[in-house]
Design a protein. Structure first.
Length: 298
């Protein structure tokens, strides 16, 4: 799968913002039919998103996703019926309560794939897996969701409201302890399932330094990408989640060293002892770089 470093939310009812999004170098656009769209505008938003998808069946510049309404919401069925025939690359499911919600969504998508002659399983799913308190206790179950699962991401605003938290960040802008825990659980759940770990959005789009810090921390911890709420955030996110030239050079040297010494479990490079986890990380860095390159892995 092509890298998902930056995933930009775009209100599905805004013709101007949809047009602007096409010029932004995000890896993925997420057309929002949920929180960004008022109830009276949802029907029009579905039509606008479907028209956009239909007009870009071939040669897409971005991976195109749609955030539908929660699976138990009355609008979810209408969302899927409207957008699946347009062959989105994926569906973002908000307020996911458990992997069982992914099972239900996958079955519904599968019916539409058959009906519209879409290759089975080609439409992926990205759940927002932490927006309800009950969801936290099911994070370990996503490993069984199969190949349609593209990744896991998390959200803090709905969760804060659900538990009555007055804030979810401290005075320095970092997550408070309960939300640090939830973020970590989502990270480990994604890796346990073998899918992308996508960090949540950085809400203050007028704070590029804060965003850069958050991106660096996310990549440090093992996330592979981040949600974006504003086009100006995308370049910062892409840079943070793209391996640097120095990282790539060292990763290549590590791989070459182990390839030149088959069967070795421990080797030295520049005075540092390396073992198989270092080789695994080096290969991961090279794979991420290849997936991030133009025309990278699909």
């Amino acid at each position: 799968m092509k890298a998902l470093r930056s995933l930009l939310f775009v209100p599905g009812d805004s013709e101007r913002k949809i047009a602007k999004a096409e010029t932004v170098p995000a890896d993925a656009l997420i057309f929002d039919l949920e929180d960004a769209v008022a109830a009276e505008h949802k029907a029009a938003a579905r039509l606008r998103v479907r028209e956009f998808l239909d007009a870009r069946r071939d040669g897409r510049r971005h991976s195109l996703w749609v955030r539908i309404n929660p699976i138990d919401h009355a609008d979810a069925g209408a969302d899927l019926a409207a957008v699946i025939p347009g062959r989105p690359d994926g569906i973002v499911l908000p307020k996911t309560r458990s992997p069982e919600d992914i099972d239900v969504l996958s079955q519904r998508i599968g019916v539409y794939e058959v009906e519209h002659d879409i290759p089975g399983g080609s439409i992926r799913v990205l759940p927002v897996a932490t927006e309800t308190p009950q969801a936290i206790f099911t994070l370990g179950g996503y490993a069984r969701c199969g190949k349609r699962l593209a990744g896991l991401t998390w959200g803090a605003e709905d969760l804060a409201a659900a538990v009555g938290a007055t804030v979810n960040r401290d005075a320095e802008g970092r997550w408070t302890a309960p939300f640090q825990m939830v973020r970590s659980l989502c990270l480990f759940a994604a890796h346990a399932a073998g899918v992308e770990a996508i960090d949540t959005l950085f809400a203050n789009f007028r704070d590029p330094a804060g965003l850069a810090r958050a991106c660096d921390e996310a990549r440090r911890d093992g996330f592979s990408g981040m949600l974006a709420i504003h086009p100006e955030q995308v370049d910062i996110i892409n840079r943070a989640f793209t391996p640097s030239a120095a990282e790539l050079q060292r990763a290549r040297r590590i791989v070459e060293l182990f390839e030149a010494n088959p069967g070795a479990g421990t080797l030295a490079l520049d005075g540092v002892m390396l073992d198989l986890p270092h080789l695994q990380q080096a290969r991961r860095i090279l794979a991420r770089a290849a997936a991030s390159a133009p025309g990278g892995a699909s």
